[in-house]
Design a protein around this ligand. Structure first.
Ligand SMILES: C[S@@+](CC[C@H](N)C(=O)[O-])C[C@H]1O[C@@H](n2cnc3c(N)ncnc32)[C@H](O)[C@@H]1O
Length: 365
């Protein structure tokens, strides 16, 4: 078996190439983070992954394995027949999030969603292992990550638990960064961050950067897209949104629609759709994006094909609702995520457009 822990001229050169590309395209602008990315050997943390359904590891084809490790790619590292359950986040997204976290020497950081341990390793490289705690819900993942992190020389505290509860033992934190998506911010993350501290987390498909203002209160803006796998409360749990009620046999009259199926992939509209209609799941029966089936948790289904033919079934007319949401979004000026913000109080979580006192607000959670 190949020793994956070796950091050879080849792995260093590939890492340098990846970092140079991230620096040149402007993603990695901070010199200290650049140095951390140059130092952390991602290949030690990701000895195997899946690509297009195939299992790739260092023993099968070292060259191919390494090329993807040191490219700007999300690597699926754990999956079930019905879902991907862990992955190595694409380095550009990790870089963007870590820079947005505004860490300073001496900060204590809680990183929720350990996965491969790569994000935790980068934090250890900057802050020192004693300052970093990482949590994953899956004991197999935490055991593997702890082990591989140690081989890289990092010894953060790695816990197995539902990260939605944070880490009550080691509060307060200066920063909390999550790398799985939630539908609202778990209150524990706000409570366990000191006032003035930052919580950075994917809410739906947007990265929310919140400053904690006082006990239980936080506010901030969405800083960009962040597509992450959803929170799962236990390793075997269905992820939010996977649970769909039994198909209900009610069929609505067929018609055509002017709204193309591809609108579902418009990243800006998608955020608005998530806000108003969370937990949709989708499929592409013909393999193409303009042929779309959507399922809502209440058992409603819609199918829009490439010609705009629409069939709907279930308790409500799903695509009719999506057309109305799209119309509202257009009337608001087709806002991208960056125009939205989030206010958290112990009672409510409110997403707003442009300003916290906006007329356009959505309660989440
Ligand atoms: C996208 S992966 C993390 C990737 C990580 N940043 C990396 O680069 O390796 C998301 C992780 O969140 C974990 N996760 C999902 N729900 C969780 C929960 N409730 N608590 C802690 N971890 C959770 C998954 O097990 C998965 O490993």
């Amino acid at each position: 078996m190949t020793d994956t822990t070796t950091d050879s001229d080849q792995t260093r050169a590939l890492r340098r190439e990846m970092v140079t590309a991230l620096v040149n395209d402007g993603t990695l602008a901070d010199d200290r983070w650049r140095d951390a990315f140059l130092t952390v050997p991602r290949h030690v943390l990701v000895p195997a992954y899946y690509q297009a359904g195939a299992h790739i590891d260092c023993d099968m084809d070292r060259q191919r394995w390494l090329e993807l490790i040191y490219s700007d790619t999300t690597l699926v590292t754990q999956r079930r027949p019905d879902a991907v359950t862990s992955s190595g986040t694409m380095p550009s997204l990790v870089a963007m999030m870590l820079q947005a976290l505004e860490v300073q020497d001496g900060h204590r950081v809680l990183q929720v969603g350990t996965g491969t341990g790569y994000t935790a390793a980068l934090l250890c490289e900057w802050l020192g292992s004693a300052q970093v705690t990482s949590i994953d819900v899956d004991a197999d993942l935490t055991a593997a990550a702890r082990n591989r992190l140690r081989r890289c020389g990092y010894t953060p505290t790695v816990l197995t638990a539902d990260g939605a509860h944070g880490d009550p033992e080691r509060t307060p934190y200066d920063r909390i960064i999550a790398t799985f998506a939630v539908a609202s911010i778990p209150p524990a993350w706000i409570d366990q961050t000191r006032p003035g501290g930052i919580v950075l987390a994917p809410v739906f498909s947007g990265l929310a950067k919140l400053t904690v203002t006082s006990q239980g209160h936080a506010q901030g803006r969405f800083i960009g897209p962040g597509y992450f796998m959803r929170h799962r409360a236990t390793p075997d749990a269905q992820t939010d949104g996977e649970s769909v009620a039994e198909a209900n046999e009610r069929h609505w009259p067929q018609r055509t629609t002017e709204l193309p199926a591809s609108v579902y992939y418009d990243s800006d509209f998608r955020f608005m759709l998530d806000l108003t209609m969370p937990r949709l799941s989708h499929g592409n029966p013909g393999g193409a994006r303009n042929d779309l089936i959507l399922h809502a948790p209440d058992g409603s289904h819609a199918h829009v094909d490439a010609e705009g033919a629409l069939t709907q079934s279930g308790p409500r007319r799903l695509w009719d609702d999506i057309e109305a949401i799209h119309q509202t979004w257009r009337c608001l000026g087709a806002p991208p995520r960056e125009r939205f913000g989030l206010t958290v109080t112990p009672q409510h979580q409110t997403i707003w457009l442009d300003t916290p006192d906006s007329d356009h607000q959505w309660q989440v959670g």
